[in-house]
Write a protein that binds this ligand. Structure first.
Ligand code: PMP
Ligand code: GLN
Length: 402
């Protein structure tokens, strides 16, 4: 059985056992791997390095602001596109970091996490019969949303140990029906980051075509080794056809708050909001005000993130230096791939499950993010290092015993 089918039936057999009451629009889609692995980690009392979230809390000053706004009665609907002060703060950040001047009123929309923004952007652009290029391994929320619009995804695998884009393959994948390319840098799950030459190659391919871009930049502030994040906001010609999406959950260690945003030119934002107003309408009021205050009063916070997470990456990788894993340090995100080729011949899906049960360390198999898992050239599992140093040490001790 091909690995992808095996992976799906392995994880989703209980759901496949059910008969849908109607023709399912997504018959082959089961529960997301992040939920599956976190549930398995909880069931087996394993150290959870699977689903990407910190095991430490967000800044005290930010939480204090939430308490303040809840107590002060900021508890009714905010404006549909988001609290103006928060949109202004995002506009200032985008200007100072990426040199892009945006109209906070018309070009920034606050969403219920990046997930909602991805849904609205894809739904705004993709029509029945359209093709959307995604890079495998692709974050799992993209494809179902494309298909729900009647579009289909065209999968271009990332190549080599660096998981880099092969731009010749992208050029070959573009057709008259290509409507959208979904970009994700820094990249989940591989930790690769785009460089300037990727931007030039993208620009050359789409130059004379009517192709839109969704840039999933939720890890924009988590890039290592002095490399600069190549946000599409830096390139006015590309931004003119882009929805640039980010998430406060990643930046402020508050993934459970589910607050994100989309920066897009006004004509695109208008279409985006037509959908946002009926998916969510708006996003909870006190968190938006608190984030606005925190962005303005502690603008240095996100500037400290590269060093903060690079320290955790280095700690985790150093702890594993004597292990039998082969480790190529992640270039961005808070995920580290570990190559287990010297330890096991098992496929990543069964190994992630076995190690959760037996070693009590949970990780994420990445073959499930491929259309064709054979395109995954390396036996790797993804580990989240957004954890306290003590958690990372305990996990590394177990992994070193293999
Ligand atoms: N895109 C990527 C690449 C992610 O890793 C995540 C979350 N981990 C999201 C989108 C969704 O972000 P949010 O939790 O803000 O919806
Ligand atoms: N994006 C997170 C991860 O990669 C998970 C988010 C989710 O569970 N939906 O682990």
């Amino acid at each position: 059985m091909p690995l992808c089918q095996y992976a799906r039936s392995f994880f989703y057999q209980r759901e496949f056992g059910l008969t849908p009451p109607f023709d399912s629009k997504l018959p082959d889609v089961g529960t997301t791997i992040f939920t599956v692995m976190s549930a398995m980690a909880a069931e087996h009392d394993a150290i959870n390095l699977s689903q990407g979230y910190p095991d430490f809390d967000g800044p005290e000053a930010l939480k204090e602001r939430v308490r303040h706004y809840v107590s002060a009665g900021f508890n009714q609907y905010p404006p549909m596109a988001g609290v103006p002060a928060l949109r202004e703060a995002v506009a200032q950040k985008v200007d100072s970091l990426y040199g892009l001047t945006v109209d906070a009123e018309a070009e920034i929309t606050v969403t219920a996490g990046a997930t909602e923004a991805l849904f609205c952007a894809i739904a705004a652009v993709v029509r029945p019969g359209d093709e959307v290029i995604v890079f495998d391994p692709a974050y799992d929320s993209y494809e179902p949303v494309v298909r729900l619009q009647g579009g289909c995804t065209v999968h271009v695998p990332l190549r080599g140990p660096q998981f880099a884009v092969d731009w010749d393959e992208v050029a070959d994948a573009v057709t008259e029906r290509t409507r959208l390319i979904i970009i994700n840098t820094p990249h989940n799950p591989t930790g690769s980051v785009w460089r300037e030459h990727d931007i030039s190659a993208l620009r050359a391919i789409i130059a004379d075509r009517d192709i839109y871009l969704v840039a999933d930049e939720v890890y924009e502030h988590i890039v290592f080794d002095g490399v600069e994040h190549v946000s599409l906001c830096r390139y006015p010609d590309l931004w003119a056809r882009s929805f640039v999406i980010s998430s406060f959950g990643k930046t402020y260690h508050v993934t459970g708050w589910k607050v994100g945003y989309c920066v897009a030119p006004s004509a695109l934002s208008l279409e985006f909001r037509k959908i946002h107003q009926f998916v969510n309408f708006t996003v909870n009021t006190p968190m938006q005000h608190a984030l606005a205050d925190f962005l303005s009063s502690c603008p240095e916070h996100h500037l400290e993130l590269p060093a903060f997470y690079q320290g955790k990456r280095d700690l985790f990788c150093n702890l594993l230096s004597e292990s039998r894993f082969s480790v190529a340090p992640s270039a961005g995100t808070y995920f580290q791939l570990l190559n287990y080729g010297e330890i096991s011949n098992a496929d990543d899906v069964s190994l992630a499950a076995d190690w959760t049960r037996e070693l009590k360390v949970a990780s994420i198999p990445i073959s499930v993010f491929y259309r064709n898992p054979d395109a995954l050239e390396e036996p790797v599992l993804r580990f989240c290092f957004a954890k306290d140093d003590a958690t990372l040490s305990r996990a590394a001790e177990v992994l070193c015993s293999l």
